[in-house]
Design a protein around this ligand. Structure first.
Ligand SMILES: Cc1cc2nc3c(=O)[nH]c(=O)nc-3n(C[C@H](O)[C@H](O)[C@H](O)COP(=O)(O)OP(=O)(O)OC[C@H]3O[C@@H](n4cnc5c(N)ncnc54)[C@H](O)[C@@H]3O)c2cc1C
Length: 390
């Protein structure tokens, strides 16, 4: 008999988990108070860039590398075969404001992503960095597409706010998956106080001439990746602009993320047109919801320095200023199961899949597949003595 699963959350984590479970013949309902098309500060997914960017900190063979690798393959395949998904292949030039380039010399993902241009072959002027073909995701369209796939395959949705996780323990429910993002902090029965926001401010501009992505990350305060330095950005920009932010313990990312506007275009690799995201900040434990003018000015200044062709000699056409709260967690992603009981005393498996920080998209399919494996394992050992924390 098919098992019934309630997935709490309709962000990228909830929707990909719902699809992975559905694909394995589970009967799935997604319960959430925000769905694709909604905009809210406590709903992170629509506020992302988003791209897949190899994280040089992961050891080859680690769970993180496995999750991110699995997701890359899935997203790359979507980009090549399903244009309606709004996932696009795109080149990314990536630099880190650090003199150590060790992780870029031999990245764990070098055999995964096509067309890795190693440090030694970067264009003249670049001290170090890496360039490779990856994927960019037009997130509002992608989220709607994920939801459509789920509903088309027989998935059900329920829009409601849950005060307590037990609100998802229906009579016939066997499994509940917790994909509540930042609100795992407040959801009754979970109340994970190690979850905190990492605020990100970005600007959406109209720049159809931009056809690739560039990233410069300030690595120092958090030992973020300790990857590389960059010399073709004006040294003065680095000195005058990034150092004070560093002192403020704020990780600053400069990136240009391409958003494909026209998903009907057949050439997914070099698709033209579009909206471009200029980023951005990573600011831990900052909750303010409104875009900060000074930060916005800094983003424009740094992005035009990194990517002079951005303005094409004209004024930037700004579409919107955006703020999102990344769902961070002290110990990182929570991917585990526990057993609880519903009102009738029936055992319910709870699987947690939250705390994705800045990697919700690029970890999504891999983490969802891990969640599926954990659920199957828990179902197969059901009836045996397992301690309930709820
Ligand atoms: C500026 C910015 C740029 C980013 N760029 C990237 C990128 O390039 N690549 C990348 O991989 N990631 C990126 N991220 C991170 C990514 O967006 C997040 O990690 C991801 O969106 C988290 O998704 P989620 O599904 O876990 O949470 P959310 O999207 O926040 O979804 C939570 C869901 O749970 C529901 N929910 C919660 N509590 C309740 C409740 N009590 N009752 C009912 N429903 C509830 C909500 O309604 C919602 O549907 C970026 C984030 C930001 C802000």
């Amino acid at each position: 008999m098919r098992k019934n699963v309630n997935v709490i959350g309709a962000g990228v984590s909830g929707l990909t988990t719902a699809l992975e479970l559905q694909n394995d013949r589970f009967q799935v309902t997604v319960i959430a108070d925000r769905f694709p098309g909604d905009l809210s500060i406590d709903y992170c997914s629509p506020n992302a860039g988003a791209q897949w960017r190899g994280d040089g900190r992961y050891a080859p063979g680690s769970l993180d590398a496995k999750i991110h690798g699995y997701t890359f393959k899935k997203l790359y395949n979507l980009a090549e075969t399903v244009p309606a998904s709004s996932v696009t292949c795109m080149n990314l030039e990536e630099y880190v404001d650090d003199t150590e380039a060790s992780s870029h010399k031999d990245p764990w993902f070098k055999d995964l992503v096509p067309n890795v241009i190693p440090q030694a072959q970067l264009p003249a002027g670049a001290k170090s960095g890496i360039s490779y073909t990856t994927v960019a995701i037009d997130v509002p369209k992608y989220l709607k597409w994920l939801l459509q796939q789920f509903i088309a395959a027989g998935g059900k949705t329920q829009r409601c706010h849950l005060a307590h996780v037990k609100g998802a323990f229906g009579e016939n429910v066997d499994v509940v998956v917790n994909c509540t993002g930042i609100r795992a902090r407040t959801l009754g029965g979970i109340e994970d106080q190690t979850v905190y926001p990492t605020r990100g401010q970005t600007i959406l501009v109209w720049a159809p001439h931009v056809k690739s992505m560039k990233t410069l990350t300030n690595a120092i305060p958090f030992g973020y990746s300790r990857l590389c330095g960059i010399s073709y950005i004006d040294e003065d920009v680095v000195k005058t602009d990034m150092r004070p932010l560093r002192q403020a313990m704020m990780l600053v990312e400069i990136y240009l993320l391409y958003r494909r506007n026209d998903f009907l275009t057949p050439n997914v690799r070099m698709a033209s047109s579009g909206n471009v995201i200029l980023g951005g900040t990573m600011d831990d434990n900052r909750f303010d919801l409104f875009p900060d003018k000074e930060i916005a000015e800094g983003i424009i200044r740094r992005c035009t320095a990194l990517y002079p062709a951005l303005t094409a000699g004209k004024e930037l056409e700004i579409i919107s200023h955006n703020v999102g709260l990344r769902p961070s967690r002290v110990k990182g992603l929570r991917l585990e199961t526990e057993i609880a009981k519903n009102a009738a005393g029936k055992e319910i498996i709870i699987c947690h899949n939250y705390g994705h920080h800045s990697y919700g998209y690029q970890a999504s399919w891999g983490a969802s597949n891990e969640a599926l494996q954990l659920i199957k394992k828990a179902l197969s050992s059901q009836g045996k003595d397992v301690e309930s924390k709820l």
